[in-house]
Design a protein around this ligand. Structure first.
Ligand code: 5FU
Length: 264
């Protein structure tokens, strides 16, 4: 049976600067929790980021669902990410030709490349899409990165096994920029690639799905059985009575599951 490698060791092994930084934060903060801050008010997002920030390694945004977006508030979010030492992941899911995603990433209203540490992309458009994002990222001194969406959590999605395998291959070909996957289970033994998993809730919350096809699994299942590294939690935290307290519970559960996996 192959040995499990710790986040700390993986930070040492990988040559990808973004992966290194993330593994270091995870190991330092003892957190493999990503908070999905899916709210419509930027002010609320900032309040939550300040409260939950100490317990997360990543804060995930959907910047285009905010009603009160402006660049000053983005700067406040960046300040909070420095204060609490978490990374900002814009869940933009790029999926176009290289030239277009390059502009979508760096330009427009949101200027995503300026403030996000990493983004994600569908692999459907192939290497040009990855290349376009990579080119836009090159203008910055600090590391930027991208995850490929290898699997989706939602019911009846069109991704099959071949698509997932080809996605892993695409990631391997661009491992200077691509440092992992949005997925539902571990896809490769390459320790530099991180596996980040949405569709997570404790059993006791709203059952195991929503009305729009989202499917949930528990933190323990994701980390122990499916061998993912990071859990992404949105409504499991947001809809709870005390988001900060609930986030701490998710953090502890996910990290304990990871420690258990290391010692198995
Ligand atoms: F790529 C994916 C995916 O396969 N499933 C997802 O749920 C992304 N997501 C995102 O994670 C989705 O857009 C939400 O922002 C978040 C899950 O939120 P929830 O409230 O925990 O269901």
């Amino acid at each position: 049976k192959e040995k499990e490698i710790s986040f700390e060791e993986r930070a040492e092994i990988t040559n990808n600067k973004m992966a290194k930084k993330l593994f270091q934060i995870m190991s330092l903060k003892q957190s493999n929790l990503c908070f999905s801050a899916d709210v419509e008010s930027f002010d609320l997002l900032l309040k939550l980021a300040d409260e939950i920030g100490p317990n997360i390694c990543i804060l995930k945004t959907h910047i285009d669902i905010l009603n009160d977006f402006n660049m000053d508030k983005v700067q406040e979010l960046v300040n909070l990410s420095i204060k609490h030492n978490f990374l900002i992941f814009e869940d933009r899911k790029f999926a176009d030709i290289g030239n277009t995603v390059k502009s979508q990433y760096s330009g427009g209203v949101y200027k995503i490349s300026q403030w996000s540490n990493f983004v994600n992309a569908h692999s459907i458009a192939g290497s040009g899409c990855v290349q376009g994002l990579k080119e836009a990222a090159l203008q910055y001194d600090e590391p930027k990165g991208c995850l490929l969406i290898a699997q989706l959590s939602c019911k009846n999605n069109l991704i099959d096994k071949t698509y997932t395998e080809k996605t892993v291959k695409l990631a391997e070909e661009h491992s200077d920029f691509i440092f992992g996957f949005i997925c539902q289970n571990k896809l490769t033994d390459n320790p530099g690639f991180i596996h980040i998993t949405p569709g997570i809730q404790f059993n006791e919350n709203n059952g195991m799905s929503d009305n729009l096809g989202q499917q949930y699994t528990t933190p323990e299942m994701a980390i122990l059985q499916n061998k993912c590294d990071v859990i992404v939690v949105g409504r499991g935290i947001l809809k709870s009575e005390n988001p900060a307290e609930t986030a701490l519970k998710y953090k502890n559960t996910a990290y304990e599951a990871y420690l258990k996996r290391l010692n198995l």
